[in-house]
Structures are given as C-alpha cells and as structure tokens.
Design a protein around this ligand. Structure first.
Ligand SMILES: Cc1ncc(COP(=O)(O)O)c(C=O)c1O
Length: 274
C-alpha cells in the first residue's frame, strides 16, 4: 500500500514518522477525510480549505495546500485510482519536545488511503453524558485530538448505537463523533449552527446549499422528539436516524430525509468538486 509522506510516495513499510511527532505525543494536528469515488476525490477544494482553516485556528504554520492537492493525485495514481476509498490527510506540528510545547520544525504531512465501508440504511444513535465545549480552544476544529470522540463512540456502541450524539454546554444539540445532525421539528428542517460547537461539515454545508435547512439551536432533547432526523458526513452522505436512545422515530427515512438524500446524490454525481 502506498503512502504519501512529506512530498514522496512511499511503500507503507518505508513510511516512517518520528516517535517525537507532536501528533503522536499530544494529538497536535489537523486532518481531513475525503471520499474517493471512481478514482477521484470528492469536494477536495472544500476539504483543503477546511484543512487550512483548521491549521490556522490551531495556530499551526499554513500547510502548502497545492502540494497536498498534487500529492493526493500522485497517491491515487500510485494506488491504481481506486473506485471507492477514503483519503486521509493528516498534518501535525512535527517533531517536538515531549510536552505540550511545539518543536518549531517542519510540519509532518501524510496521506493514506483506506477502505470506504457501506453504511447501514439507517442508524441508531446514543446521546452521551459528556458535553461538547462550544467555547473551547478546539471547538469546530478538525483536530487529531479525537479521544473524546473515540470514547463517546465506544459508549454508544456499548448501548447498541452506531453513532454518539453530543449536546453542548448549554444543553443544545451539537453533532455526532464524525457527523452533523439534521432534524425535522415543526415541519422545518433544522441543523445546529456552527456556534453550537459543531464542525463545519463539508456535507452539511453542501446540503444546506443544495437542499436547504435552517441553522438554529435546538435542545438536545428535540432529537428524540423529531418527526425524522438524519446524519451527514463525507463517508455517509445522508444517513437516516432510526432511533435515539432507544426511542424509535416515526420514519427512517422520513419524506424530508429521503428527498435530501436524493438531491445530495444527484448534485454530487454531477459536481465532483463543488
Ligand atoms: C466531529 C465531526 N463532525 C462532523 C463531521 C462531518 O463532516 P464532513 O461532512 O466534512 O465529513 C465530521 C467528519 O468526520 C466530524 O469529525
């Protein structure tokens, strides 16, 4: 398997990152997951823009986005232009002393390809007891510090869920561990605003543009009371929510979810880099 590391395509066995890398020692980095279909990345420009924004928000030097774009094409070509894959782009602050301070050296930039799993037709979600801190230093940043998400997803899995849902410190709905949430309340399609602390999901943004929806705070409890709801993410696109904490929603997919999925699929099929 090929890996792109700091400008070169290498065999997996040759790709090496230092044990002093600040991404490894303290999770000081940012990342993107990009969907690859038919050998081409989907929405790469938006993902690279968000990568740059995440790096800036974390106070990292700006990664060379055109180098990363070229590198992703090199990696895909070296990997036989896979029909379906996930492209993971990771940027860390590089080598560092073994504490929270940065080393100040060059960034580590690495790209790898992995499998793209087929998601179930619907999912059960579990709300977790830990809040997302919408005022925290890493709120809304796609940082490699994802241990909170790992813990939350395991918590959901232990309770039969395939995604965990966070409320924020105000008790408002925020997001999943790797997804944004949409719900139909009072006949309106609603999704939490970015001020809720959620990530500015690429899929969320595209769906708002292509299909519509209102960005508005709702209480976390509104999800289980919704007439229908769904998750969005790069690998899922639109995935209906069947149940919330064991409460089965009236329909999955409901009529709005079905239409949203249809519109997203149709627009994505004709706009590879929207
Ligand atoms: C915390 C979080 N929220 C939302 C999303 C969805 O974002 P996107 O549609 O860009 O994949 C992700 C992506 O994995 C995520 O990690």
């Amino acid at each position: 398997m090929a890996i792109w590391l700091n400008g070169a395509v290498l065999d997996n066995a040759q790709a090496r990152i230092s044990v002093f890398d600040h991404g490894l020692t303290v999770g000081d980095g940012v990342f993107e997951t990009v969907k690859v279909t038919g050998g081409a990345p989907f929405a790469l420009t938006r993902h690279l823009e968000r990568l740059g924004a995440s790096a800036a928000a974390l106070g990292l030097p700006a990664p060379d986005l055109s180098l990363i774009a070229r590198g992703s094409a090199e990696l895909l070509a070296a990997s036989g232009s896979p029909d379906r894959a996930r492209l993971r782009i990771t940027v860390t602050s590089g080598d560092s002393p073994l504490g929270s301070e940065r080393g100040g050296g060059p960034l580590t930039i690495v790209m790898a390809l992995g499998g793209l799993k087929d998601w179930a037709a619907s999912c059960d979600v579990v709300t977790v007891p830990w809040p997302r801190n919408e005022r925290g230093a890493v709120a809304g940043i796609k940082t490699t510090s994802y241990a909170e998400n790992v813990r939350a997803l395991a918590y959901a899995a232990e309770r039969g869920g395939s995604e965990a849902i966070f409320a924020n410190t105000q008790g408002n709905l925020c997001e999943g561990t790797g997804s944004n949430v949409f719900l139909v309340v009072g006949g309106e399609l609603v999704t939490p605003p970015l001020s809720s602390g959620c990530l500015a999901g690429v899929t969320r943004g595209l769906l708002l543009e292509w299909f519509g929806g209102i960005e508005r705070d709702v209480a976390a409890a509104a999800l289980a009371a919704a007439s229908e709801a769904f998750l969005t993410s790069t690998t899922r696109d639109v995935q209906p929510i069947r149940a919330v904490d064991g409460v089965v929603l009236p329909a999955a997919p409901g009529p709005v979810t079905g239409k949203a999925a249809q519109v997203f699929a149709a627009r994505a099929a004709t706009s590879p880099d929207p």
